[in-house]
Design a protein around this ligand. Structure first.
Ligand code: BEZ
Length: 255
């Protein structure tokens, strides 16, 4: 296992803000939930369950679903839905050979030591169990990343040192899955331009905090304004509607 840090600093997850600015995330996760095809009686782990909206959909199949997330606020919101949700670091899952499936939507790109996560998922699965996941793949939010890096660089700040996400290629992730002992059923990159209901300012307010960690409020605001301005040419239309340049990495693999 290597020494890559697990998560970038500066992440503050609040269920209410997430539900307001990023409500589309669980809604768009229904295709990957269909790929999982949960069945009654199965035991399923939802890795990075957030506020539990998609966990609840999985549980409707009659499967027993346990949600885990690193954010206590998100876990509390999931528990408020009546779900079994626990605060757990996905790099060190406390489960041994006990799940028929591990599922994850829009979470794995926040976990920077992907080899530790994959090893943890492998250990959590029963032999023959499946790992079904979707997260940001290579090229995900590329324009947004470039605008944030440029706005930071213009103020002499290295954005690369703060970069909080892991967006692998199919080749890179496949190699890690196979090295951990998985057999890949399917893995692909899927471009998915995604309308942003609360615009780019709302998206950045929800997700860009790690880039701004430790900076004065005035500097943070100037960087965000600068990024929004740079992005308006490529990601907003003439009516001011914003679309993010999402690219999903979607996979199904067996232990
Ligand atoms: C994503 O779902 O691809 C994503 C969400 C927030 C930040 C970066 C990527």
């Amino acid at each position: 296992m290597n020494d890559v840090p697990h998560n970038a600093p500066g992440q503050h997850w609040q269920a209410s803000g997430y539900a307001h600015h990023a409500d589309f995330v669980p809604a768009l996760g229904e295709e990957v939930a269909a790929l999982l095809a949960p069945k009654a009686g199965e035991r399923i782990l939802d890795l990075g369950c957030g506020d539990g909206r998609l966990t609840e959909v999985l549980a409707k199949s009659g499967a027993t679903v346990i949600g885990v997330d690193a954010s206590p606020d998100m876990v509390e919101a999931a528990r408020a839905r009546g779900l079994d949700a626990r605060v757990v670091d996905a790099h060190h899952l406390p489960f041994d050979h006990e799940f028929d499936a591990v599922f994850s939507n829009a979470a794995l790109h926040w976990m920077l030591n992907h080899e530790a996560v994959i090893a943890s998922v492998h250990r959590a699965l029963k032999p023959g169990g499946r790992f079904v996941a979707e997260f940001g793949g290579h090229g995900n939010v590329a324009a947004i990343c470039t605008a944030l890096l440029a706005a930071l660089q213009a103020r002499g700040i290295s954005g690369k040192a703060r970069f909080p996400w892991f967006f692998p290629t199919v080749e890179e992730y496949s190699t890690s899955l196979k090295a951990a002992g998985f057999t890949i059923d399917s893995i692909e990159l899927i471009p998915r331009p995604t309308p942003l209901p609360t615009g780019m300012a709302g998206w950045l307010a929800t997700f860009a905090n790690p880039f701004l960690h430790g900076l004065e409020e005035e500097v943070r605001e100037a960087i965000l304004d600068n990024a929004v301005d740079l992005l308006s040419h490529s990601l907003s239309d003439s009516h001011g509607n914003w679309t993010a340049d999402y690219v999903r990495l979607r996979l199904k693999a067996y232990r």
